[in-house]
Design a protein. Sequence first.
Length: 457
Amino acid sequence: MTDLVTLAELGGPLAAIGGAAYARHARPAAYWSAVGLPLSVARLVASYSSTMDACGLTVEPSRWRALAVRATTRREIRPVPPRRGVIRPNSTGLRVRLRLAPGQEPADVAASAERLRHAWGVHAVYVRDVKPGVVELRLVGYDVLRKVRMPRRVDGGLLRVPVALREDATAFVRDYRAVPHELVLGATLSGKSMYLRHLVAGLAAQPVALVGIDCKRGVELAPFAPRLSALATDPDEAAELLPVLVKEMEDRYDLIKARQGIAPGTPDEEITSDVWGLPDGERPVPIVLFVDEVAELFLVATRKDEERRDEMVTQLIRLAQLGRAAGIYLEVCGQRFGAELGKGATMLRAQLTGRVCHRVNDEASAKMALGDIAPEAVDAACSIAPELPGLAVVGDTSGGWSRIRTPYLSLADAAATCRESAHFAPDVPALTPFRPYAPPVPTEASGTVTVAHPVTE
């Protein structure tokens, strides 16, 4: 009887422990809010001074403070840690600001991030420089990239698309005004197409002309035809479309030049060197060019194909070099993009400021994407597991990099967004001959209609 009572008394705690373990694995966000957050806050508050001392982030107190301690108490004078601000919890972790002591710098705190992670029992610790003398610690409670949930509030705007989640639980926003051109690399089933879908769906509701070159017969971009202003589905069509884009770019430069006929007394704000300085009524709409499987534009079989390839590559390089001021932006996607593709490949890649590297098949491909801007990110790109599609390493020419993961977006949902936003497609007369045909949506007949969803990356 006593044994039965003991088992009954233990049943409740054991069930709670088992439920917590299950929630930690299956519902990490709920586990963090209910269990992880209180425990981490308690650890941080209780061990803050000792942890900072162990990490070497304490300094000797000022002379006046030491004299005050001696005069009022008999305690031993100990080094002081950085002054801690208010702890701000959220659904993925918590944030706290530290005021650095004289002689400290943000790099000192960043070097101890791994120690702080273990001391306070969180998944990761990231350090951000807020202003001189103040840093912010962002503590992430669990692996937010395992099951992506985008933040509810993200600052958007024209040519700004929240496309993925960073490993520090903040949104990765593709900003074409800040990073005009981008290279997206990744092997088959790595997540390139998902990344591309988010970009197209995010830009669909903006006054932006979307142009596509999809040499896989259009299987990736054709579903978005209602929203596209132009689409080329093979190298021959691409060879006709690219000169039109170059001519459009030159016409926009002529428009800017005409505006620069500066008369005496012209206000400074009316003098411009790009389309964004033009008045709203005169400014042409931005154009975003998506190139899927860029290697198809470089492959040749005959001498005639080689001449066509050289012309297309030259036009792409011109768009990459000069397109930003004309409001033309490039998004170039492929599985590999190196010098072995032929003349002009390295020069074109050098013009693509942003880099996104999904899982690749070899280290050389990762070096093509990140080796020239963030060499330490190459190892991170090579360690992406096949069972994590959408996971990528993103970097830019500033040398900074981070891991991101794109949430799932079905092809049907992205295509539906483009159909609903078809009226946002601007009228660009030069691109009218290349406007893709968008078949009307069939009405459902009586009975069950089965729709086959194509397998994509």
